[in-house]
Design a protein around this ligand. Sequence first.
Ligand code: AVI
Length: 322
Amino acid sequence: QAGVEYAEAPINHAEDTQGFLHDVLEGLAQSPAMLSPKYFYDATGSRLFDRICKLPEYYLTRTEMAILERSAPAIADQLGPGVLLIEPGSGSCAKVGRLLRHLCAPAGYAPVEISGEHLHANLSHLRGAFPDLPITPVCADFTTPFSLPSDIPETRRRVVFFPGSTIGNFPPEAAVDLLRGFRGLLDDRGGLLLGVDRRKDPRILEAAYDDAAGVTAAFNRNLLVRMRDELGAEVNPAGFRHRALWNDECSRIEMHLVSRGRQTIRVGGRTHGFHDDEHIVTEYSYKYSAEGMQRLAAQAGFRVSAQWSDDREWFSVLWLTT
Ligand code: AVI
């Protein structure tokens, strides 16, 4: 880990385990049972997610990359010179390079990531490609309020870069709250560059979340593996099958873990029984119509100043300003 300066102390693992247990117990007590998708992303889950992004069925990453590739000069034009890019949930930092190449004299890059290990593993590549760019990694959970370190480069143009349709994993009200929180990080000339997945044929959506190679199924079951390994839960991950369902009314893909037969999960001194076919909700991935995107921006206090999409309009990158 030499050479990594964390802007904040690395996450405290004892507290982390307590938080995980607390959320698991609360989630399993609900009907239907729910587990938070934020626990997908341990080292294994992050690696599985990187594999998902390369799957033939998972069009999201490829489509957004192509939009960034094709429209980067126009996007850079909108953003203007001297930008400090802040990227919550930066993951593999794969997309930001596309943008950085075209930005005029960027002031710096601040990736914000809960998985310190993942953050470190991916930054060296970026450092090699942009040796003069000040990079300030922030190890934090962006789903709760966080502040930027005091040594962040000075600029009057802060831009939050939130690609990948991560906003889709937040229910509408929480999505608005999150974007409002990002607004609080911005200055008067900055803005939010947001990647949004669009509504489309449910067959395409369901295939994207239930790939033939079973990578998404392994990603989903990793939640149970983590419960077993980190919380000492008595659970058989193979006893649950993966399911991806389009919910048209709510405009979202739902990921479930469906019980194969009757079984129990024991964790934290409690026992939760499941009957055959009973499911646990593990993730919602909301998909937006054109009106939905406008509404989301407006409710969070932004206006859509520009937008770029692929020819099929499967994915959009929005430039939101205040
Ligand atoms: C991170 N997020 C945008 C992904 C999505 O598409 O909702 C997570 C994911 N879940 C299953 N596949 C990918």
